[in-house]
Design a protein around this ligand. Structure first.
Ligand SMILES: *Cc1c(COP(=O)(O)O)cnc(C)c1O
Length: 399
């Protein structure tokens, strides 16, 4: 007699689904009991102070998304019409869209092979060129992609020498450290995202962090329609409706309680993939700079082979057939139709840009902190099958 397949045997495996701690409903319940459903209230204040205590920043302002936090950071740095802002090319579009919101122009910077993040060499070229033209960018946005830290020492040195402030887009890197210091605390401003797929989530939300308490106060003001202090509704500046709701901040507090467990779970998932697949010489995992610790938000890998692009396509297709969600690496922003004509500085003078090369040769595997060993085994089996087939094929093709 045939045994029916268990319900979960072919259930969809998601890339990075929300993972609740179990305490969220208690926090939400409090908000309902006290009728604090508005975009202000005790959970907001507590979430802000708990997050800034966790990362070690002077303060924090909770907002409706990571994108909103970047927008506020750039606005506070005085970015406006006709200005420019440096931004990595190898990132999610949300890093760069706020530059456009303010009427400014992005200057895209290539990645370096050592970290996959902003290349200090390319940044130096961009700032030297801007300086010769007498028009430095108003800010440099640094991203810690997939949780892996950028080379902050080199980048901060370059930015200091030109006097350009840093905004750290730490949307993917909550809990990652650089020489023991938390991501998000290196720039004039740092930002985090609590979107549904991030390492912790409020279903949607973000945080602006800084040591500059006055600037964070200004951010709160701008995020609540820039309402002047007056008994009537009076406005002398353009503001936004960007504050987080007290209900969602309650979810955030319950999530932040378990952030260290979430980081350990994702790092362990990365480690299991690496141990299982490293026997394939063609598979290389995203590096981690010495002295840094990535939260391994997503396990990212590249294929090192003349057939890499074909192999990636086969891996993506096989995963879809097996009901597993996988993603190519971010398509570089300087290759996006939206940014046609924007400046791009590459890491080395010759050959394909580093970020273009990574994009063509890489993908992200399911990495949610709730991923079971069985489900991770299913993902590994698919990679094994495809690699066996493909390396057999390429070996025959050569013969
Ligand atoms: C998710 C993400 C953002 C945007 O955060 P939202 O909360 O979705 O607005 C910004 N930058 C990077 C690198 C991200 O991954």
């Amino acid at each position: 007699m045939r045994c029916p397949l268990s319900a979960s045997a072919n259930a969809k495996i998601y890339l990075s689904p929300p993972h609740m701690s179990g305490r969220e409903q208690a926090y939400i319940g409090e908000a309902f009991l006290d009728n604090w459903i508005a975009p202000l209230g005790p959970h907001i204040n507590a979430f802000e102070s708990e997050l800034s205590a966790y990362i070690g920043s002077g303060g924090a302002t909770a907002v409706s998304s990571g994108t909103a936090a970047i927008h506020l950071a750039l606005r506070l740095l005085g970015v406006g019409e006709g200005d420019s802002v440096c931004c990595p090319s190898f990132t999610f579009i949300a890093s760069a869209n706020p530059i456009l919101y303010l009427g400014a122009e992005p200057i895209f910077i290539d990645s370096e092979p050592e970290s996959w993040n902003m290349s200090p060499a390319a940044l130096e070229k961009a700032l030297a060129h801007a300086s010769r033209c007498g028009k430095l960018p108003k800010a440099v946005i640094v991203v810690h992609l997939y949780g892996a830290m950028a080379d902050m020492e080199a980048i901060m040195g370059i930015c200091e020498s030109y006097g350009v402030p840093i905004v750290e887009d730490a949307a993917e890197s909550l809990g990652s450290t650089y020489q023991g210091r938390q991501s998000g605390t290196f720039g004039r401003f740092g930002i985090f995202s609590f979107n549904g797929n991030k390492i912790i989530t409020t279903s949607g939300g973000g945080m602006l962090v800084s040591d500059d308490i006055l600037a964070l106060e200004k951010a709160r003001f701008l995020a609540t329609q820039a309402r002047d202090e007056a008994p009537h509704y009076q406005h002398s500046q353009m503001g936004y409706n960007y504050r987080m709701s007290n209900v969602l901040a309650g979810i955030g507090r319950a999530q932040l309680d378990v952030i260290n467990d979430r980081v350990e779970a994702r790092r362990s998932i990365f480690h299991i993939y690496e141990e299982a697949l490293k026997h394939w010489g063609e598979i290389q995992f995203m590096p981690e700079l010495p002295g840094t610790r990535s939260n391994r938000w997503l396990t990212a890998l590249t294929i090192d082979s003349p057939h890499a692009e074909y192999m990636i396509q086969q891996l993506l297709a096989a995963m879809i057939r097996a009901n597993i969600e996988v993603r190519p690496l971010w398509k570089p922003l300087h290759m996006q139709p939206l940014f046609e004509g924007n400046a791009f500085y590459s890491h080395s003078a010759t050959g394909r840009a580093v970020c273009e090369d990574l994009f063509h040769r890489g993908l992200c595997l399911p990495s949610g902190s709730s991923l079971s060993l069985e489900d991770q085994g299913r993902v590994i089996d698919v990679v094994e099958d495809v690699m066996h087939q493909l390396t057999g094929l390429t070996a025959r093709a050569v013969n």
